[in-house]
Design a protein around this ligand. Structure first.
Ligand SMILES: [Zn+2]
Ligand SMILES: [Zn+2]
Ligand SMILES: [Zn+2]
Length: 141
């Protein structure tokens, strides 16, 4: 009985901490925030995932790490194929018109969107132009 009420209190505290999060967070972030209350990592992890199932939290994968957000706003990565750097597209939010592939969705309900866009980053582009102009100069000599 006392064990059960302790668990309820833990969940209440976790919910309080989570509902204050303005940015994306990991289970480890929440665990660190409630460490002093002696809440185990598996309790934190399970509670977060129960909120994901309820649609309170939205799960994203950022550099192979699971991150959670209270907001279902789309999450977009710009990934450099040359140096593997990951950048985040902040604005605007990407919205997809699901009516385009309505038949394929087979009544699947879209909750939130994560997009990975691949290309070449600015610094790699600059390096590339440098090497090209270097070669040009050498061939001119
Ligand atoms: Zn979602
Ligand atoms: Zn990300
Ligand atoms: Zn790059």
């Amino acid at each position: 009985m006392s064990n059960k009420s302790r668990k309820t209190k833990q969940k209440e505290l976790l919910y309080k901490i989570i509902s204050k999060q303005k940015r994306l967070f990991s289970a480890k972030n929440i665990y660190d925030l409630c460490k002093k209350n002696k809440i185990g990592f598996s309790t934190v992890y399970r509670f977060i995932n129960s909120l994901v199932k309820k649609g309170v939290l939205h799960k994203f994968y950022c550099n192979e790490e699971a991150l959670y957000s209270l907001s279902s706003k789309s999450h977009t990565h710009l990934i450099c194929e040359n140096c593997n750097s990951i950048f985040h597209l902040k604005e605007p939010e990407i919205k997809i018109d699901a009516s385009h592939f309505k038949n394929d969705l087979n009544e699947f309900q879209i909750c939130h969107i994560q997009i990975d866009m691949f290309g070449i980053c600015k610094s790699c582009l600059n390096k590339q132009t440098l090497t090209i102009s270097d070669k040009n100069e050498k061939s001119r000599v």
